[in-house]
Design a protein around this ligand. Structure first.
Ligand code: ZN
Length: 356
């Protein structure tokens, strides 16, 4: 066993003493007496008995102590991120939850953004849940139970509105549904709580390569996920750490490659029709930008035949990519053979140097 330091012994002694009410009272009383004694002896003075200089010093000390106490309190408060749902709190009290399973559909900007990936692989661990899976389904597939619950609530709300009740916002909806005594457990998340949680998230989360094609995300340790194009069923056997179907790995704290931050003007309308280079699974691909939204670009991509050799696939390969995966705009690739094209050599060389 490691030797216990004097400070640690002292700390343990105090904790034991303070836990015992009688001993704690006795201790406080003796401290009061000591203070009185010191005051009578002139060792301790009230603030009014101090000289101006001593007053300033004492008040500075008090301010400093107050500041430290407030900071410590704020720090403790910030440790926890978004609000716990009452459900999770209760469930954790009742029994230990080991892993959490989540099903959703997969609209890219809504669910498959790196902020959600970050929360998914950090928040579960903070709540003492060691593993989690998140399966993304295609629209109207496979989400029976949760969709059913949502549907029930929607129907209930529709009924209330048709009876003349106004439901202008989320809070009112929550109130109305709670009054209906539904068996569905409801809780309300204040928008300030959400805003605060967002503010506590790191500003720079590295992009998750090829997240668009992903159908399953698994976390078994904080800040890390494995993910794949196909949902693997090992997780139904409580086997979360499998490597089936070319599993990819992602760590929140480690960027996949040095990114070229040229700053592409995504909001500009001229961007449509421009050529760009994408990074996808640690490879480079040229493509034409077809459309953009707030966070993603729709790109028609060429396929790879070798180092800096690309061709148009027989079927168009058009997908949404995160802005972060689009490395830079380029001139149109030039034909080198009757079938293959290449990116401008120096541009390709420079970008290839950025890959791992
Ligand atoms: Zn598997």
């Amino acid at each position: 066993m490691a030797p216990v330091s004097a400070a640690e012994r002292q700390r343990r002694y105090r904790a034991r003493r303070n836990a015992d009410t009688e001993k704690r009272q006795k201790y406080l009383e003796s401290e009061r007496q000591r203070w009185q004694r010191n005051k009578e002896l002139g060792k301790k003075k009230l603030i009014n008995d101090l000289s101006d200089r001593e007053k300033r010093q004492q008040r500075k000390k008090w301010r400093e102590n107050n500041r430290k106490r407030k900071e410590a309190k704020a720090k403790m408060k910030n440790l926890d991120t978004p609000p716990l749902t009452p459900d999770i709190v209760q469930e954790q009290k009742a029994k230990r939850v080991e892993s959490a399973q989540r099903s959703s559909d997969g609209p890219c900007t809504q669910y498959k953004q790196k902020g959600n990936v970050f929360l998914f692989c950090t928040q579960l661990a903070q709540r003492g849940i060691t593993g989690g899976t998140w399966n993304f389904f295609e629209a109207s597939h496979g989400k029976g139970a949760p969709d059913g619950v949502g549907g029930t609530l929607k129907r209930k709300a529709d009924k209330l509105v048709s009876k003349g009740r106004d439901i202008p916002d989320a809070k009112e909806l929550f109130k109305a549904l709670t009054e209906e005594e539904t068996t569905v457990k409801l809780f309300y998340v204040e928008s300030e709580d959400v805003e605060q949680a967002v503010q506590r998230m790191p500003k720079e989360i590295p992009p998750v390569p090829s997240i668009m094609k992903t159908h399953q995300m698994v976390t078994t340790s904080p800040g890390e996920i494995t993910y794949r194009e196909i949902s693997c069923l090992c997780s139904t056997q409580k086997q979360l750490a499998c490597e089936c179907f070319s599993t990819l790995h992602y760590t929140v704290s480690k960027p996949p490659a040095k990114m070229v931050k040229e700053g592409i003007a995504w909001e500009s309308e001229d961007i449509i029709g421009k050529w760009c280079v994408l990074m996808y699974e640690n490879d480079l691909y040229p493509g034409i930008i077809i459309n953009t939204d707030e966070t993603h670009a729709l790109v028609k991509c060429m396929h790879k035949a070798g180092a800096n050799r690309f061709y148009w696939p027989p079927r168009d390969d058009i997908l949404w990519y995160l802005f972060d995966d689009v490395l830079q705009l380029i001139h149109p690739p030039q034909p080198v053979t009757s079938r293959h094209m290449e990116i401008q050599k120096d541009v390709y060389k420079e970008l290839a140097g950025l890959l791992q």
